[in-house]
Design a protein around this ligand. Sequence first.
Ligand code: NAD
Ligand code: IPM
Ligand code: MN
Length: 353
Amino acid sequence: MKVHKIAVLAGDGIGKEVMPEGIRAVDAAAKRFNIGIEWTSFEWPSCDYYLKHGKMMPDDWKEQLDGYDALFFGAVGWPDTVPDHVSLWGSLLKFRRQFDQYINLRPVRLLPGVPCPLANKKPGDIDMMIVRENTEGEYSSVGGRMFEGTDREFVLQEAIFTRTGVDRVLKFAFELAQKRPKKHLTSATKSNGISISMPYWDERVDAMGVGYPEVRHDKYHIDILAARFVLSPERFDVVVASNLFGDILSDLGPACAGTIGIAPSANLNPERSFPSLFEPVHGSAPDIYGQNIANPIAMIWCGAMMLDFLGYTEAHDAMVAAVESCLVDGPRTPDMGGTASTTEVGVAIAATI
Ligand code: NAD
Ligand code: IPM
Ligand code: MN
């Protein structure tokens, strides 16, 4: 049996509470499907590590993580002690870039039994895949601040859209849409206001679309796209977006589907030259940390996506099916209207798997 080496990076806040449930669920699936998993936990990246060492990770973090088959990541950030741009640019955003995880794949589904804040929506009405560009775009460190403290002070931050970077995420999105029954791709743009990069993005979407004649593709400006997520989410199948637009849509989508506490994401290096990273969409949630009430489903679903990426589609499907059946009649955390703890939900799902 091949043994997959997984690096466990729980991070901060509820990352540390949901991680054990993610591991419990993957272990249950590994047992059932005879998959070899070897977990190795790291105390970094985390804000606690930063307070001790003045940095989020040791200098040789890349060498230390490079040999792993995947990175299982909780959440990072504790803004009371470390500024968010320091903790995130010192950890997650470094991983995405250095490991060239240029796809951030974020499924959004209304699952059975989850109270939906939108009127008259049922499971099936919200079922989309957000494909977020994950290494460039608006998340650039090109820029600076000048004349600090004077009335000439200014800050500048560039957005970067490379042909390679744009085309590779669009290709992934078109390929994904081609495999889905609806074969529909929506692109998020803002070419009316952002007059250089977004017309370029639109142009590349049209060029890529020529190679996928079966995929129907359309585009919406991000402002009305956000409104349509709320008003008519059933019209979306695969949604491709730049780094920032994808970030916003991938919190909005899960909120429309009941709670951000169930939303998973896969930061993929599809070529497998580097490890891919699997993490919930949500953050460290300082407001609920320490109460054992965080929803572990996002972390568990990330575990399913990780097994899928490692080649175990059946195990993925069994894990998602277990989540779905537990949502119908099992314990639920408070964000879904229940009173159960993180551990109770995790144990119930693992038992079902
Ligand atoms: P957040 O996602 O941590 O929390 C937003 C809201 O959602 C909070 O009210 C929280 O209680 C709730 N929530 C989040 N996850 C939940 C879960 N599993 N179950 C139940 N409720 C849940 O976003 P934030 O408050 O903007 O950020 C807090 C910290 O996390 C910041 O430092 C931020 O930078 C960081 N962050 C990290 C990541 C990451 O590591 N991937 C992602 C987002 C935010
Ligand atoms: C996410 C998060 C990160 C992002 C933050 C924490 C830098 O919000 O993974 O969605 O903006 O990408
Ligand atoms: Mn986000």
